[in-house]
Structure formats: C-alpha cells, structure tokens
Design a protein around this ligand. Structure first.
Ligand SMILES: [Mg+2]
Ligand SMILES: [Zn+2]
Length: 192
C-alpha cells in the first residue's frame, strides 16, 4: 500500500490555534475533494497530528476523540474518510504530568508514521507527507516519504521565512488539492 500522511491544522482544517471543541472543526473548501482524489489514486489517508494541547491541559484525549469524530463525520458527508488517525499528546513543557515528556512520537519524530507503516504495510518510498510546517517536512524526510509543503496555515510563513534552501527538497503547493493533483498524476519512480 502507498499512503499520504497528512497534517491536520493548516492542511486539512482551517488553522485556529489550539482547536479544542468539535464546533471549531472547519475543513478547507477543497479538503474533501482532495482526499477523494487521493483515495481514488490508491492512497491510504493517514493523519499524523501533534496535540500538545493535551499535555498543556487545553483539552482531554476524549475531547480530541470527539473532534476527530466530528471531522470524520463531515468528511463522510462528502464520501471520504481518513484511514488512520495518529496523534502525539505529549510536550516537554506540559502541565499535565502523565503527558509531560520529551517523546519520540511528536513530529518531526517518526514513531507514529512507523506505527502506521507497520499496521497498514505501507511502502514508504511510494508515499508522501503533506503539511504546513517545517516539522511536517522533517517528519517526511526522516520517514523516507516525499515531503510536500502547502501554503495554507503556516505554510506561506514557513516559505517566506526559511526560503527555498530551508525547505530542503520539499515540493511546495498552494493547498492540499493542488498537492494531491500533482501526486495523483505522478508516476512511481524517479522524477523526470
Ligand atoms: Mg499544521
Ligand atoms: Zn509524543
């Protein structure tokens, strides 16, 4: 199986800071179309999200679950669904003791990607990561998938503040739909 690993906020959902209630789940207008296209092109859709708000006491794991149910329900109305949702609840400077640690699952750490790859049998060389921050790209590079930056969320800021050299090897697109359109037309194998 090949997969597209996806960041959540600023990539699928409008960036609102620390999203902590299902009512704040607002996909971009192109999100469902992009995910459908990716699914039709044979990609698993795997969400990888840093949720340090849990360690910081802004929301509970149960509340995060409700947020993700709401997101899936909205997507299902458009005939698409994420195949896997993986999150890191930790942060080194949290306020909730059991989540306060320097972990290996917070992006750019690759643990969650490795777990998904193992569970679904993902061919990482044929897979992609799409996100709006350098940490998403670093995660993709370290996992061995092709990293793609979107200009939504913090993406434009990342692009202008780091410049092309700072985004090392990443493809850059305006948004998720443009990215998936490029991916779905691309043949597996070396770039031509
Ligand atoms: Mg993001
Ligand atoms: Zn973690």
């Amino acid at each position: 199986m090949k997969a597209i690993f996806l960041d959540r906020d600023g990539t699928l959902l409008v960036e609102v800071g620390y999203l902590n209630h299902p009512s704040q789940v607002v996909p971009y207008h192109f999100t469902a179309e992009a995910l459908k296209l990716a699914g039709e092109a044979g990609f698993l859709l795997i969400l990888i999200t840093n949720q340090s708000g849990i360690a910081r006491g802004y929301l509970s794991e149960a509340e995060l679950g409700a947020i993700h149910e709401r997101m899936q329900a909205i997507l299902r109305e458009s005939g698409v669904e994420l195949d896997g949702i993986y999150y890191c609840p930790h942060h080194a400077e949290g306020t909730i003791e059991r989540y306060t640690k320097k972990c290996a699952c917070r992006k750019p750490g690759t643990v969650l990607g490795e777990q998904a790859a193992e569970r679904f049998g993902i061919d990482l060389g044929a897979s992609f990561m799409i996100g709006d921050k350098e940490t998403d790209l670093a995660f993709g590079r370290a996992l061995g998938v092709t990293p793609c930056l979107v200009r939504t969320g913090f993406g434009s800021f990342e692009e202008s503040s780091r410049g092309p050299a700072g985004l090392e090897g990443a493809r850059i697109f305006d948004n998720l739909l443009n990215t998936v359109q490029w991916i779905s037309k691309r043949r597996i194998g070396p770039d031509r």
